[in-house]
Design a protein around this ligand. Sequence first.
Ligand SMILES: [Fe+2]
Length: 296
Amino acid sequence: MTIRLRSIELALPDPAAAAAFMTQIWGMAEAGTRGSTQYLRGSGPYPYLVAFDRAEDEYVRSTTFVCDEDELAALTQRAAKAGWPWRSVTSQDLGGGHGIELEMPEGVLLRFLADSEDAAPLVGRDLPVKLTHVVFNAADAEAVGDAAEAVLGFKVSDRTKGMVFVRCNESHHSTAFARAGFTSLNHIAFEMEDIDAVMRGIGRLRDHAQTPAWGPGRHGPGANVYAYYIAPFGPVIEFSTAVEKVPEDYKVGAPEDWTWPEGRIDQWGLSDKDFDGLRQAEERFRFRRTWTPEVA
Ligand SMILES: [Fe+2]
């Protein structure tokens, strides 16, 4: 199981404004444009991490993982057998590649690509390295987590009162499903080089009068450092680093294994959490399937 999270593809009315925030303040590099789609990258070898398509309203087009041909074939077979909507694709995004797009129960749209091309890393730039996780809200997170195991071949790492954390390689989680009662994008987390890079990111946003909606802090499951912001173009985005690497036989934690002392919801206890603001932002980006499934 060595599937890797690569990128997220969002549609929104003003991609240029979103890209300007991400490059000038958040700290990403422009990777190019195709038609009305703008691509932004980090310092790592992926051709882009975030794509912004122009559309009249806001939605998630896909979240993209990369894998090998064998994994792709097995995944396609399992998705078809499970009756999930899916189709074969040749990616028109930067890096190309072929694979499948599929729709999970509740509508989460994922794309898996084999043979997509990497780019030369950007050395010496203070940028996110890659995405470390994309989290989704779910009406029934337990069922969607089970589906991720059965059909995607992912593994549940931990369950908490709020989330089902799921991995697709040695990283504790590359996605998670929040027990939200509705389906949407929960947040996008960018992997920073180290804690200093997270702190410098917080400093950059502070220069523009933006404070974290939650953080800095260190989570329980995954033990990663975080700082969450509500992006001016809508979604919740996170600086993160140092997510735990876990072995194949990692013992799946249950909600009772992940409780906090009174007054704490992370390891450090430094910051308050803007629950209402975060929840409102989490409701904005839903999933929209713009493709027609293949018929078996
Ligand atoms: Fe996160």
